[in-house]
Design a protein around this ligand. Structure first.
Ligand SMILES: Nc1ncnc2c1ncn2[C@@H]1O[C@H](COP(=O)(O)OP(=O)(O)OP(=O)(O)O)[C@@H](O)[C@H]1O
Ligand SMILES: N[C@@H](CCO)C(=O)O
Length: 354
């Protein structure tokens, strides 16, 4: 019997101006408890895999236990099929423990994708590096900020290479937002194509140890696809420069100890996505205007977490007071919230014996 645990941190993406670039892994982990009973020579299980799911996130969404449908095992099957393995090893059991609210801006889909590539890599004994696994993640979730933070950990900057013309021309590569169904394309028995090499890259930035992350999580869902659809196709030069100036400052601002509240507050401002997403998140405008270091001791900066609706507030102290003020503001819009005090998760995703 082989058994191991895959732990993958959630993430908060953008951190204000770093849209599709900057991500922060946070100390709320998805866990896969995997056992493989290789003493058996055959299995009655579909694709040799049985999923059980423990939802600690209180998300309303029902997660499929069909290995061909569940996002985590679909991703694992995609990685396996790219290496000519059609199914999981005989008698694979995956117990999923998920504390990450789905569709709230804490990178739950990116966390699921990363844990899926780690699962495929582990059960298939593929020996792929995290850098190569990032290519597989980016075939599924096209913005690198969440998946790179969950994969590598910490506070990261990411970028996508221009794909070579021959790779763009490869029609069989599913350069789409979601896996072709079923996972890894139609199971023709042929090995589907592996992703191009080096699609995306990352760099870790320093993080000042005094800075903690408060996630205020409203009780409604904003699917990322919807939150991306409300964004404009083009921007004014002034808005682009506004974000470039702040994104360039942000890593230094959050990596400097002791933190400078005025520099961090300014560096977390955005004109590329938050103004347009306010239509989806009642109260966002008021929250972003209400909370400043001048009006709230301990606060450093505040932004939408990923595509929202979660609010990320960075602070050095008075965490409950900050959370309560933001929760009260949402309550005036008849929205209830939960909140969590989190830290950067520096190890990224890990696999350890159980
Ligand atoms: N642990 C999981 N198991 C299976 N499917 C999951 C899991 N976590 C997320 N998903 C899928 O991902 C969807 C949420 O992805 P979405 O990108 O909309 O929000 P998010 O990733 O939580 O937030 P954001 O991308 O803004 O940080 C869920 O509706 C579900 O379909
Ligand atoms: N950069 C992505 C992150 C989603 O979590 C977006 O804002 O749509």
């Amino acid at each position: 019997m082989n058994s191991f645990v895959i732990r993958t941190p959630c993430s908060s993406a953008n951190i204000g101006p770093g849209f599709d670039v900057i991500g922060l892994a946070l100390s709320l982990h998805l866990e896969l408890h995997v056992t493989i009973d290789s003493s058996k020579s055959s299995s009655e299980l579909p694709l040799n895999c049985a999923i059980t799911y423990e939802d600690q996130s209180k998300s309303a969404e029902q997660i499929s236990l069909d290995p061909e449908v569940n996002l985590i095992t679909r991703v694992a099957l995609y990685v396996l099929r790219c290496h000519n393995q059609r199914a999981f090893p005989v008698e694979t059991k995956v117990h999923i423990i998920n504390p990450i609210p789905l569709g709230r801006g804490l990178g739950s889909s990116g966390t699921a994708v990363v844990s899926g590539v780690m699962l495929g890599n582990a059960v298939g004994n593929l020996g792929l590096s995290k850098e190569r696994l990032l290519d597989y993640c980016l075939m599924i979730e096209r913005h690198p900020d969440n998946v790179a933070a969950s994969l590598f950990g910490g506070f990261v900057g990411t970028y996508l290479n221009e794909l070579k013309p021959e790779d763009v021309a490869r029609k069989e590569i599913p350069l789409s937002e979601v896996l072709p169904s079923p996972a890894g394309g139609i199971d023709t028995g042929l090995e589907p194509p592996k992703p191009p090499m080096g699609i995306g890259h990352y760099r870790k930035f320093d993080w000042a140890p005094e800075i903690k992350a408060i996630a205020i999580i409203p009780d409604f869902v904003v699917p990322t696809a919807n939150a991306r659809n409300v964004l404009p196709e083009s921007y004014s030069r002034a808005d682009v420069v506004f974000n470039l100036q702040r994104a360039a400052l942000l890593p230094a601002a959050l990596g400097t100890s002791p933190p400078d509240p005025d520099m961090i507050f300014l560096a977390m401002q955005d004109r590329v996505h938050q103004p347009y997403r306010k239509t989806l998140i009642p109260g966002l405008t008021e929250v972003l205007q209400l909370m400043t270091p001048a009006t709230q001791p301990g606060l450093l900066g505040i932004c939408l977490s990923g595509a929202g609706p979660t609010i990320l507030a960075l602070a050095t102290e008075r965490f409950e007071e900050i959370a309560d003020r933001i929760i009260a503001r949402f309550a005036s819009n008849n929205i209830t919230c939960q909140w969590k005090l989190l830290e950067p998760a520096n190890a990224g995703t890990t696999v350890s014996p159980n």
